[in-house]
Design a protein around this ligand. Structure first.
Ligand code: EPU
Length: 334
């Protein structure tokens, strides 16, 4: 629990950006965190897996890393196990744990980078599943008054890539533990076409292992591994536009990809927009747009955060000019 000065953050962010924290410390329990909060230099920045941030400068104040790492079964009934997980556990390790224990609900979320504590922040989701559907509650510590509060599913106000911790309660709480309800009788969600296709190609029967493996295969084909090329997954959110505007765009761009989002709006695949505007595979210096998935910005080695940020702004401008659609960053820009 020592506090270190001028701590390098390059290996702690998946974009692999060089930057320093003025002060850095980690905690392995709620009690350690509360003790740290009494003596650290503010402002605080909380680091999970570092997989959804873009560092554009050195961080003043203290960077705190959550290393609470227990996985504990707290309740069992006929259909479900309730599992309380430390915020410092690597998300994918928890998914693998759930599959080893034959518990369903998060197999579609295999290989999402990041930590368990960061997962509810933006209600992580992929292939038709969001953590909202298995989330029971979380425990968080208030940064200023150091009290512990439990938040239910409804309290978190989950929506697409959103929770109250990105809105009203932004930067007020540190998530320590997250409790999930996982099913003993998995209901497979393979509505996302690519999963069915992959299962067929694998020649596999539907099981927790095979669905997870199908997702892993798809992600490994499409998304760059941060160990090889720095990135933070999808850089932008998929924007929502009015249905009428979608119909109008469709006359001009017949192949545009959109999914109904309620009665009156459509969620557009930002990857398609960026791809169609000609950015896929673009590179300037070491900052670029991934060659297989245009929604992912990459650091080929020595890009600075400001170069990635400037590329993202150029993309936003170009999408605004081409489609009159505003793209919003999904990663947190620090
Ligand atoms: N597309 C293109 N060109 C591209 C990329 C995509 O035309 O370069 C088209 C695809 O052909 C497809 C559509 O866009 O028709 C959607 O693409 P994809 O299925 O790859 O998903 P996405 O909407 O780009 C979202 C999430 C991902 C998640 C996948 C799978 C967001 C911002 N991203 O991507 O999440 O893995 O769905 O469910 O919602 C992340 O958040 O970091 C992330 C990777």
């Amino acid at each position: 629990m020592t506090v270190q000065h001028q701590y390098p953050l390059q290996s702690l962010n998946t974009f692999g950006i060089k930057a320093h924290a003025e002060y850095f410390s980690s905690f392995s329990s709620k009690e350690e965190l509360i003790e740290l909060l009494g003596k650290t230099q503010k402002p605080l920045t909380i680091l999970g897996g570092g997989s959804n941030i873009l560092l554009t400068k050195d961080i003043s104040g203290t960077v705190l890393k959550n290393e609470i790492s227990e996985i504990e079964i707290t309740h069992e009934d006929n259909d479900c196990f309730t599992v309380k997980v430390g915020g410092g556990v690597v998300w994918h390790d928890f998914v693998m744990w759930s599959i080893e224990h034959n518990l369903g609900g998060i197999e579609n979320l295999s290989l999402i980078p990041g930590s368990v504590g960061a997962a509810p922040m933006q209600n992580i989701g992929a292939y038709g599943v969001e953590i909202k559907s298995v989330f029971q509650e979380l425990e968080a510590v208030h940064i200023d008054n150091k009290t512990v509060k439990t938040f239910s599913n409804a309290d978190c106000q989950f929506a697409y890539r959103y929770s109250i911790f990105k809105g009203e309660l932004k930067e007020q709480y540190i998530i320590c533990h997250v409790t999930f309800k996982l099913s003993k009788q998995p209901q497979f969600n393979t509505s996302y076409g690519a999963i069915e296709e992959e299962l067929k190609a694998m020649g596999a029967r539907k099981s927790l292992e095979s669905v997870s493996q199908a997702v892993i295969n798809i992600r490994q084909r499409k998304l760059p591994n941060p160990k090889d090329i720095g990135n933070s997954g999808s850089f932008f959110k998929n924007p929502t536009i009015p249905k009428a505007k979608f119909e109008q765009l469709k006359t001009q761009f017949p192949n545009i990809v959109g999914y109904p989002n309620g009665e009156q709006s459509v969620k557009i695949a930002a990857g398609w927009l960026i791809d169609h505007a000609g950015w896929k595979g673009y590179r300037k210096g070491d900052a670029g747009v991934h060659k297989n998935q245009a929604l992912v910005l990459v650091n080929y080695g020595a890009a600075q955060g400001s170069e990635i940020l400037s590329l993202s702004k150029n993309i936003q401008k170009s999408i605004q000019e081409t489609f009159e659609i505003e793209l919003e960053a999904e990663v947190n820009i620090l």
